[in-house]
Design a protein around this ligand. Structure first.
Ligand code: FFO
Ligand code: ATP
Length: 180
């Protein structure tokens, strides 16, 4: 991994921490997301950690619309991410990398919409993640899923350097609304 990317990731995590400390906003489900929800949609959400923007209001709207919810499950930095079924009552024990995840034996389901955590995003909807390639690889595996980044506005940058494997987001939602 390039030093530049590592330094940028550290700076943007610090920006995110600082922003989240002073911000009591939440991310409201945007109309373009709500319009896509049908009872047979599978929506991949995530359980926010630290200063990440929380997709819970979007997950709640998806549940209300009758969608199936899945959550990311990883075993390590190097193993690929799997999207596993999560029903509201299912426990979410803390597992690899300090993340709350469904039980490893929960069924794997292909998502139609991927609510995506990120460290930074740019005007072209490129995304900088945690650096393990989990979502980059998931986007390659599910190319037809709609990729919605969930972020604080403070995570916006004018231009990120891209890599050959980077797949841009379709849109990003922040506490200020949609970026498309
Ligand atoms: N909430 C959430 N769940 C997620 C992700 C995410 O970004 N956020 N992932 C996205 O791919 C996957 C997990 N991948 C991860 C890969 C690396 C690190 C990691 O290096 N964490 C640092 C601490 C980061 C920090 O300080 O914010 C560490 O463990 O040292 C974490 C998750 C799937 N689940
Ligand atoms: N489609 C893919 N198939 C195999 N490996 C991939 C793929 N996409 C990314 N990778 C690997 O993942 C590693 C990390 O990528 P990168 O630094 O771009 O992560 P990132 O942008 O922070 O995103 P993520 O949140 O997905 O980790 C790279 O070493 C890359 O080789």
């Amino acid at each position: 991994m390039s030093d530049e990317k590592r330094i940028l990731r550290a700076r943007m995590r610090a920006e995110r921490d600082a922003f989240a400390m002073t911000c009591d906003a939440m991310i409201a489900p945007p109309a373009v997301f709500l319009d896509r929800l049908t009872a047979d949609s599978v929506v991949a959400s995530y359980i926010a950690v630290g200063s990440e923007a929380d997709p819970a209001p979007l997950a709640a709207a998806a549940r209300l619309a009758g969608c199936t919810l899945v959550l990311p499950h990883v075993e390590s930095r190097t193993a690929p991410l799997r999207f596993l079924l999560w029903r509201e009552a299912d426990p979410l024990p803390v597992g690899a990398l300090g993340l709350r995840q469904p039980d490893a034996a929960a069924p794997e389901v292909a998502p139609d919409i991927i609510l995506t955590p990120l460290v930074a995003f740019d005007d072209r909807l490129n995304r900088l993640g945690q650096g393990a390639g989990h979502y980059d690889r998931a986007f390659a595996r599910f190319p037809d899923a709609w990729r919605l980044g969930v972020a604080w506005s403070a995570q916006h940058l004018l231009q990120l350097e891209t890599e050959a494997w980077d797949v841009p987001l379709h849109a990003v939602v922040t506490e200020r609304g949609m970026v498309q």
